[in-house]
Design a protein around this ligand. Sequence first.
Ligand code: SAM
Length: 531
Amino acid sequence: MDCAWADEDWKPTAGVFEFLGQWDKPTKGRFKKLKAQLQQDARNLRDHTCDPKLWFTRGKTLLSLGYPELAAGDFERTLILIDHGLDYSSKYGKSVRLPWLQNWIRIYRGPAWELKTFTSAEAAHNSLVDPLKKFRKDTYIAYVDALYLNRAIPDVIQLCKDALKLYPRDRDFLELLEEGEDTFSTHMADQKENLIIAGIPPEKYAWGMLAIRLYPWTPSDLRTRTAATIASANQMLLSCSDSLEIRSSSVGGLGMFAKRDIQKGERILSAPSVTGTSNKPSTGRYCYNCAAALKTSSTLAFSCCPSMKFCGEECKTIAGNNYHNALCGKDFSDIYKSALSNEFAESTVARDTLIFLRLLAMSVQARTHPLATPPIAWITANYEAQSPLPWSRGVNIIGPIKILEKLGVNIFAEEYDTWVMQTMLNRARNNSRTHDSSLRQTVINPMYSFFNHSCEPDTLDQTELSRNAEQTSRAVMICTKAVKAGTEVFTSYMEPNVLMLPKAMRHHFMTKGSWFGPEVCRCKRCLAETR
Ligand SMILES: C[S@@+](CC[C@H](N)C(=O)[O-])C[C@H]1O[C@@H](n2cnc3c(N)ncnc32)[C@H](O)[C@@H]1O
């Protein structure tokens, strides 16, 4: 976050959609100051990762710059560190208190415990309790502002309730709680009719919302796919197809191209899912790797992790090569449990946490930067998205922190900063396929992900998340037309009945998803049709 970036790359996530929180876009002069401040805050944090004041300061700067989802991550870490500071014997207790004590020393120009006010080192430490509690209150209040800007009203309510447990009958939090509850009920009542018309389940609206934008400080090698990254994806493609290659596409980014003439009816791809998860990952009913339903008589498992069952050798090998070591011997049952909800929207979003666990385990096992680890390194987010993605403190902030802690990763490390975690989620969400509601599975199949959409597709997607063990969640693509060498091969992201509609209606359906930008679909048919 402390790297230099161009002013025109500043694309705040606040203020994109009509949300409830009020964000005042900074003037040009103020923006310049905030930008410099952010670089300074990030540099300070690099040197002193355990100082909660520095996380709080950067959170406030990020909030002013219009990144409330990142400010939330900084405020969460501030609260964690304050808790450590209040418990001297905790992991970071000493590290949190030290800068505060040093501050006293600076003020009084002498060792704190020699000051008249403190009769002992213990007294000096005790003197920090009240300032830390006051600082914690300020953090909760700033956190509420960030949650409003993410439209996460249920989280505002919960945060106020949490704060009231620490500050019983505190007037500020009582007022904020009442305000949150009023806002929520008025907002839901106002929106109910619109939501029904728009076909959005009201409970889905209870989530916060986030606009997907590229963070301007993203270093160039992590921002776009490098030649080496594309080469490694093409290397993997060789084992799944003898007729396709990944190249730059005219509709945007990369796409799948025929490297030889392809006949109608040819199977052009058969690729395993590198990360798939069901909402019941460790019940032994679904393959831990690809989420296919299992035939109990023919399942495989590692002897050390018997509840991690696989549909066959291929999936077990993928797990062994990519993530099993990072997960082995650790308890993720509470994370699995969150995905078990019977409520559809909740379990769908909770599965994002499971996908996220898989992707982070891959990066930990590979010992590479999370954004440089395949498949995350191969896939891209849609930064032109016209509709927001769901956002909540639980899934976007607390979930990743919990997972990092369980994986033994330092949650204050620059490599695992909130913007990195959010970028991973943005990429995963733009490339994950959520399958039928009774099976409740989400899969990332990076080779399938390289196919762009066309309203006159050349392929038939035969992927089936099977209810029996004969098939897995492999992406199997059949060419429905003859395709000449060098031509891009498209699939369809839309149901066949949507493809039968006129352009304006197709685009109406497309803008409901988050795959397309303001011009919606750039396929040949859409460019040729006028209406
Ligand atoms: C699953 S990815 C497809 C591969 C992607 N082009 C890449 O570079 O990795 C989906 C993204 O590709 C782009 N895309 C796919 N089909 C498109 C189309 N017909 N028109 C415009 N953008 C398209 C959108 O940005 C979308 O979010």
